[in-house]
Design a protein around this ligand. Structure first.
Ligand SMILES: C[S@@+](CC[C@H](N)C(=O)[O-])C[C@H]1O[C@@H](n2cnc3c(N)ncnc32)[C@H](O)[C@@H]1O
Length: 225
């Protein structure tokens, strides 16, 4: 059986792209080790002394929304997971330029980071424009699947918020169905215009700007019961 059919946890997509600039390489070598989230069982609040909340962005890409939210919300600590080294390097540049002290990073598979977290330890999660895998035979590669939703529900506190965004209609429909089927999430939208319009606190991402999808971006906000 192929990996696709089993839906095993392989990390698809690029981990390394074009060579880093000298500055980016320097940040990866010096700043990343200081900000890297340690391996092993982890209470994320222990990484952020004096912060009221812990937020997580999964697959932060170039890090523009993560850095932007961290600058807006100094009262929260931010975990970011991204497999692609160039994205991590871009986030490090923004951390340095913005003098942001409330971000910790995992370069690698976000699902492994989530495995490390205890029950009810996060206040907010963002999954924004994840790799769409539009071909039916690649659908199992998508991040948002029933097992993944189960894990998100486990690590979210009661009342914690989840935002999922995509510009692929099939992914939006299936993710919505998977998240609601879990039974522990309430969808906050009352009317269509609420999920067709970027929420007031959304920061436009690089991938969103590329407009590669087959529908206008859909933003699905949920609250963990
Ligand atoms: C289509 S891009 C979107 C990036 C960003 N959220 C944006 O909107 O610009 C998806 C990103 O998720 C990352 N990714 C995919 N699977 C991942 C995983 N399991 N853990 C961490 N990052 C992952 C990819 O490396 C890629 O950068």
């Amino acid at each position: 059986m192929k990996d696709d059919e089993r839906g095993t946890r392989r990390l698809y997509g690029r981990a390394v792209g074009k060579p880093l600039s000298k500055r980016q390489r320097g940040l990866v070598d010096t700043l990343l080790p200081k900000l890297a989230i340690p391996e092993g069982a982890l209470d994320p609040a222990s990484l952020f002394h004096g912060k009221r909340e812990v937020w997580l962005e999964i697959g932060f890409g170039g890090g523009e929304q993560l850095a932007g939210q961290a600058a807006r919300h100094p009262e929260a600590g931010f975990l970011g997971a991204e497999a692609f080294l160039e994205g991590v390097a871009k986030l490090l540049t923004q951390i340095e330029e913005g003098k942001l002290s409330n971000i910790r990073i995992r370069r690698g598979d976000a699902r492994e980071l989530i495995d490390q977290l205890p029950l009810a330890s996060l206040d907010r999660i963002f999954v924004l424009f994840p790799d769409p895998w539009p071909k039916a035979r690649h659908r199992k590669r998508r991040l948002v699947q029933p097992d993944f939703v189960t894990e998100l529900a486990r690590v979210m506190k009661p009342g914690a918020r989840l935002r999922f965004a995509t510009d692929w209609a099939d992914y939006a429909n299936r993710a919505l169905a998977d998240i609601l089927r879990d039974g522990r999430f309430d969808w906050t939208a009352q009317r269509a215009h609420e999920w067709r319009k970027p929420p007031a606190d959304h920061i436009t991402t690089r991938y969103q700007e590329k407009r590669l999808g087959d529908c206008t971006p859909v933003f699905l906000d949920f609250v963990r019961r």
